[in-house]
Design a protein around this ligand. Structure first.
Ligand SMILES: [Zn+2]
Length: 183
């Protein structure tokens, strides 16, 4: 049958080639030396050929699984929650990654990065997540509608804001209820 024509330039006839293809995942690199692609000699565009790379894709999946496990071991060695545990805690509160990030006073993409293993959470954030996991009712301390009703909350730099939130959240647990006195 005739060679297919390149969809990119509509001129070149695609040929099957084996190339070295490099995959990056969670800080690790896998090179597959014989990845099958259809290459265009005119514009140098390459296309993945369906069904030709089953073995390579199996290796890629195994590589990703091992990279995930290595990352989990690293987080556990550091005494930090794993990405899957962080995701489970977020799901406990039924929030999207961006909404949960914003709720806890961080940039919108922070939880996506934690859950993808791209960034490790600070130890402060790790503690905060563990506390919220064990005391989910404390999430109300972060709800925007409470801001400005319970006293002074100035916006501070982020780590300080985390600690201030945490201290505020822990108050009911650690102090006697003081009905009187100034705040
Ligand atoms: Zn082409």
């Amino acid at each position: 049958m005739p060679a297919p024509i390149c969809p990119n330039c509509a001129r070149g006839e695609l040929r099957t080639e084996r190339i070295e293809k490099t995959f990056r995942y969670k800080g690790q690199v896998l090179a597959i030396p014989d990845f099958v692609v259809a290459a265009c000699p005119e514009c140098d565009e390459t296309y993945v050929v369906p069904g030709e790379n089953d073995e390579a894709l199996d290796r890629l999946r195994a590589f990703q699984k091992e990279a995930d496990a290595a990352l989990d071991r690293q987080r556990e060695a550091e005494g930090l929650l794993t990405p899957a545990q962080i995701k489970a805690i977020r799901k406990q509160f039924g929030r999207t990654q961006s909404r949960f990030s914003l709720l806890l006073g961080m940039g919108a993409k922070t939880f996506a990065r934690y859950e993808a293993g791209m960034v490790a959470q600070s130890r402060t954030m790790d503690h905060l997540l563990r506390i919220l996991h064990g005391h989910p009712e404390l999430i109300v301390e972060f709800e925007p509608e409470r801001k400005g009703t319970g006293g002074k909350r100035k916006s501070k730099s982020r780590p300080e804001a985390e600690l201030a939130h945490l201290a505020q959240a822990l108050k009911p647990l650690t102090q006697e209820v003081q009905a009187e006195g100034k705040v």
